[in-house]
Design a protein around this ligand. Structure first.
Ligand SMILES: Cc1cc2nc3c(=O)[nH]c(=O)nc-3n(C[C@H](O)[C@H](O)[C@H](O)COP(=O)(O)OP(=O)(O)OC[C@H]3O[C@@H](n4cnc5c(N)ncnc54)[C@H](O)[C@@H]3O)c2cc1C
Length: 438
């Protein structure tokens, strides 16, 4: 390709730009926020919340940016494995076996991959806001965007356009403006509240890098019975702590309430509340609904156009899938471009969407099935939901007692395996045996 344009220079846009740098002479990233110093712009206010990068995301980051993890640890980030990663369900800690996770804030991770992307000779950044598509027959031939500080839109031609504009992407409207159907939009209202605060980190937790706590089947998945939250040891000797709650139980910006809730949580949260000084305000975020745009289901779609990141799917963040999903979409884009099917730019990139759907659908199914356990989440229910729920509960219970089930469960939680591995006859029989002997 001569030129590829990526709209949106946040996490998914950077990953896509990195992949495209192997295939296009000129890769242009158009982003309205000033992200050159520290990525904290208004385009993605959720950046300030604690972001966990799952083990698969960690692996993919290192694949596309070799040495980036070492670079981050030299800058103060931590890498946790074994007992440094604590995963609690219903207050019980289960071993995290061979999971490796990064302890760093989202702006820190994003800065690192932004620096690496900026260092690629054929990638350049333009400060500006995408405003629409330029069409030529049955394909996209470029974008219209408004450069920062100007009022009039300008045009940039390209062989491929990537929508990385996040969950508020206006791509569906732009397609409709040109007479193309918008991809069907799936929604599930979850009404989740998030609150993050930063604490000074000392020696209070022996070696812990990540601790995560969630309600499970024994508390009926009720946050009111088991406080959901997580903490991560991050750069500059700090703890980032997040608490979550649904509907009427959403956390507020009140620091005293935040500390009270931490003290109701698992051991690491209690210890940090009792022994560390609070360094920041409590930053809240209201996540109203999970969304998925089903690009594969459109009857007609133009060539020369793909979408990545939250613009495709933005799921309940409590499962920590978003960044990892973006790395896997980047991987799908790379394999699509390698396959040669992309050579005909007038042909819609269905092969890319089909590859990426494997991950998107897995993340959607896992998160929405779990969300349906909340009484205020009223559907839509997937086919076979009662069976899925029953199996999910049984496997979650068995994973505390069996290292083998735990390893399989963690592989799925960390997106290293497709959830279908948990429905193999071997895993289900073993699960039944363990739970019956309980
Ligand atoms: C509260 C919360 C907590 C989360 N926690 C986790 C977690 O622990 N782990 C995890 O993996 N994921 C987590 N996520 C999900 C994660 O934040 C997203 O999946 C991730 O930000 C997606 O990246 P993105 O680049 O697709 O979109 P975004 O990060 O939203 O970025 C979109 C970018 O597009 C730009 N843009 C918008 N409009 C235009 C335009 N017209 N033209 C050009 N650019 C435009 C914006 O300025 C922005 O920079 C969390 C999300 C939330 C809301």
């Amino acid at each position: 390709m001569q030129r590829a344009v990526v709209l949106g220079g946040s996490f998914a846009g950077l990953m896509a730009a990195r992949v495209l740098s192997d295939f296009a002479d000129d890769v242009v990233v158009v982003e309205p926020d000033r992200l050159d110093v520290e990525p904290t712009g208004p385009g993605a206010p959720h950046r300030q919340q604690l972001h966990a990068l799952l083990a698969m995301g960690h692996l993919q980051l290192e694949r596309f940016f070799p040495g980036v993890v070492k670079e981050m640890t030299e800058g103060g980030a931590l890498v946790g494995s074994g007992s440094a990663v604590e995963f609690y369900v219903d207050g019980l800690c289960r071993p995290s076996l061979d999971v490796e996770m990064l302890g760093a804030s989202r702006p820190f991770i994003e800065s690192a991959i932004r620096r690496r992307t900026q260092g690629l000779a054929n990638v350049r950044f333009i400060a500006g806001r995408g405003q629409g598509l330029v069409m030529q027959g049955d394909r996209v031939r470029g974008v219209r965007y408004v450069p920062a500080g100007q009022e009039a839109a300008t045009t940039l031609t390209s062989d491929l356009v990537v929508d990385a504009m996040g969950r508020s992407s206006r791509l569906s409207t732009w397609l409709e403006e040109h007479g193309w159907p918008a991809p069907p939009l799936d929604r599930m209202r979850v009404d989740l509240g998030y609150a993050t605060a930063v604490f000074r980190r000392g020696e209070e937790l022996d070696g812990t890098v990540i601790a995560h706590s969630a309600p499970g089947p024994d508390s009926g998945y009720q946050p009111t019975l088991c406080e959901p939250g997580a903490l991560a040891a991050v750069e500059d000797n700090r703890w980032t702590v997040v608490l979550a709650g649904y509907a009427g139980h959403r956390p507020t910006r009140d620091p005293y309430e935040f500390l009270r809730r931490m003290r109701r949580g698992v051991d690491p949260l209690r210890k940090v509340a009792d022994s560390c000084s609070l360094l920041s305000d409590v930053d809240t975020f209201h996540f109203v609904e999970s969304r998925r745009r089903r690009f594969s289901a459109t009857s007609r779609f133009p060539g020369g156009l793909v979408a990545v990141g939250d613009s495709v799917a933005s799921v309940n963040p409590i499962y920590g899938q978003g960044l990892t999903l973006a790395t896997l979409q980047a991987s799908s884009l790379a394999s699509y471009l390698h396959s040669g099917t992309s050579a005909h730019a007038h042909v819609p990139a269905r092969d890319y969407f089909r590859r990426a759907d494997v991950f998107v659908n897995a993340a959607w199914k896992l998160s929405t099935t779990a969300d349906l356990a909340q009484p205020h989440v009223t559907g839509p229910y997937p086919r076979g939901y009662p069976l899925l729920r029953w199996a999910g509960d049984a496997i979650t219970r068995a994973s505390v007692r069996s290292p083998e089930i735990n390893a399989a469960y963690m592989d799925v939680v960390h997106m290293r395996q497709h959830p279908r591995v948990l429905t193999s006859a071997h895993i289900l029989l073993k699960t039944a045996r363990i739970n019956l002997s309980r």
